[in-house]
Design a protein around this ligand. Structure first.
Ligand code: IPE
Ligand code: IPE
Ligand code: MG
Length: 255
């Protein structure tokens, strides 16, 4: 009997186009555990997480990524202790205030997805300002998922379509994947090619559920505050080794 072929052998080059992903999503996880392992308060992990985010955005630009979506605060993170939520809100404000000028000068376009309702007025205004001041930029698009939950996003899209159908603006047969995609907050942004999650957890935690239908996943065994350009490069190398089939078959060279 011939030796079984392992999946990684079956999918190896020459069918492998080693491309940089257009859109990378990152679930920045493990701040609390990074801090706890050092006997520091969890909030110290969040502070160091902001530094990792800065490194990450710089590295994404240098490596030629076009869209970077960072999961910063989930709809479910409101269940955390009040002081931790306050710290996370404060850090977002600090990040926008301190980094907006540099991001703007670096031709980064900022988009924010997630519910604005429920956020403080000052944060909502800062996010609006960050989007407005960078709207004409043409380099990396940095999508900040803040107070974001994919189920909530899909539910809102479905409700807006239902309202249009009820008013006679749309017919039920007009509802297709493109229409639903166009009602999501990510309208106009290509689906993520690669989703990275740090901290070793292997789940989506309500991140881009619709958009990630054919994303590749890389789970890194490091906590977010330790993330750097080498970690991003390693994830891109892993991505380049993957065969993306989208339900089809790989075109193989003639024997
Ligand atoms: C990620 O780190 C930051 C947010 C979710 C806002 P965590 O705070 O989830 O860190 P762990 O998972 O508890 O270590
Ligand atoms: C996901 O991390 C949310 C963000 C990174 C912002 P969590 O730490 O909240 O996810 P769970 O609770 O481990 O699934
Ligand atoms: Mg976590």
């Amino acid at each position: 009997m011939p030796a079984p072929i392992r999946p990684d052998e079956a999918g190896a080059a020459p069918c492998d186009p080693a491309h940089v992903p257009v859109h990378v999503g990152i679930i920045m996880d493990g701040n609390g555990r990074w801090a706890t392992a050092r006997r520091l308060p969890r909030v110290e992990g969040h502070r160091r997480g902001v530094e990792a985010l800065r490194r990450c955005v710089r590295a994404a630009r240098e490596l030629g990524i076009r869209y970077l979506t960072i999961y910063s605060f989930s709809s479910e993170n409101w269940t955390r202790p009040h002081h931790e939520i306050a710290e996370l809100m404060g850090l977002l404000k600090l990040f926008v205030r301190r980094d907006l000028a540099e991001l703007r000068a670096a031709n980064v376009r900022i988009r924010v997805i997630g519910a604005r309702a429920g956020l403080g007025k000052d944060i909502a205004a800062l996010l609006d300002e960050a989007e407005a001041l960078t709207a004409a930029n043409t380099g990396l698009t940095l999508v900040v998922a803040f107070n974001y939950g994919a189920r909530q996003e899909i539910t809102a899209a479905a409700a807006s379509i239902a309202a249009d159908v009820a008013q006679g603006l749309l017919k039920p047969e007009d509802v297709d994947e493109d229409l639903l995609s166009s009602r999501l907050e990510t309208a106009g942004i290509p689906d993520p090619d690669l989703i990275i999650r740090t901290s070793g957890e292997q789940r989506l935690s309500n991140f881009l559920l619709w958009q990630a239908a054919y994303a590749e996943f890389v789970f890194l065994p490091l906590f977010w505050p330790d993330f750097d350009k080498d970690a991003l490069r390693g994830a891109l190398e892993e991505y380049a080794r993957r065969d993306r089939r989208f339900g089809g078959v790989m075109p193989c060279p003639a024997p």
